[in-house]
Design a protein around this ligand. Structure first.
Ligand SMILES: [Zn+2]
Length: 283
């Protein structure tokens, strides 16, 4: 039965790919269709979680994110005190806000697979967290960096998405992949300290279970100052929209500064967490 299904699936897929070629779509589009058809869950980190709770299901299938152009990263205090989860919520706001969206795929050296086992062979199945960053430099220079091949492990960097000053959402790494958005880092939440070491040569980090999204810093935030003039209303609107699509519970939304253990990260500076949460809670 399974063989028959597979054979039927393959011929359907072949037919689909032929159709796409006839229509003159790019090789990238074909690869996307092929990967959608493969049946691989988009978020691999929940694979070993046998009891498939509603929340785990939501993590595995961030439907909106999968449909996006690129289908596919309290120790200081949590930024969202007392916030409630929104697993069952919808992913559209009553305001109907939908950001402009673009793709700028990272070079494959700058991201990897999410691991189901850590460097010591232990199974890992952390739920997803969202980590909010800022670019410090311009969006275009950040994208440039992510699209530059980095053969040396220590140079590899990426976010899953970034949000330009005009509110445009740029997809960089597919959400089911592991973006390299944080170095040494730990998430302190209801489940205690969460961090995963995937490479014995590097400190453990949250990357294996993080969705990393970053706000483009304003022009007066390009240096290392303590703060700057902040982010645009369009950026807060788009950030809330992006985070809502991940279905991550509010108490698992954090900042780079909060998870950082290198002692060097303070982003996002001048972030209005209250405005963000207000918008997020409309979803
Ligand atoms: Zn950061």
């Amino acid at each position: 039965m399974k063989l028959i299904q597979t054979a039927v699936g393959r011929s359907l897929l072949l037919g689909l790919i032929t159709l796409v070629m006839i229509l003159g779509l790019s090789r990238g589009a074909i690869a996307k269709i092929a990967s959608w058809s493969s049946g691989v869950p988009p978020i691999l980190i929940s694979q070993s979680n046998e009891d498939s709770s509603a929340s785990a299901q939501s993590i595995r299938q961030p439907v909106m994110l999968r449909g996006m152009p690129l289908p596919e990263p309290p120790f200081p205090e949590p930024i969202l005190p007392g916030a409630t989860p929104f697993w069952a919520g919808t992913t559209t706001s009553p305001s109907g806000y939908v950001p402009r969206q673009e793709s700028a795929p990272a070079h494959p050296t700058n991201y990897g697979e999410r691991f189901t086992q850590d460097a010591n062979g232990r199974n890992v199945s952390n739920d997803l967290i969202v980590v909010i960053h800022e670019t410090v430099g311009s969006a275009s220079s950040a994208i440039n960096t992510f699209q530059t091949p980095h053969p040396r492990d220590e140079d590899q960097v990426s976010y899953h998405s970034l949000i330009k000053q005009d509110g445009t959402v740029v997809y960089i790494v597919p959400p089911e992949m592991r973006a390299f958005g944080a170095g040494s880092s730990v998430f302190e939440g209801a489940n205690g300290s969460e961090t995963v070491q995937t490479n014995p040569a590097f400190a453990s980090s949250v990357n294996n279970f993080a969705y990393h999204t970053s706000l483009e810093s304003p022009a007066d935030g390009r240096g290392n100052s303590r703060g700057h003039s902040g982010y645009t209303e369009a950026q807060y609107q788009s950030l809330a929209w992006v985070v809502a699509q991940t279905h991550v519970a509010n108490q698992r939304i954090t900042t780079h500064q909060a998870v950082d253990r290198s002692g060097t990260r303070r982003d996002p500076r001048s972030f209005n967490a209250q405005r963000f949460i207000e918008l997020l809670n409309t979803y």
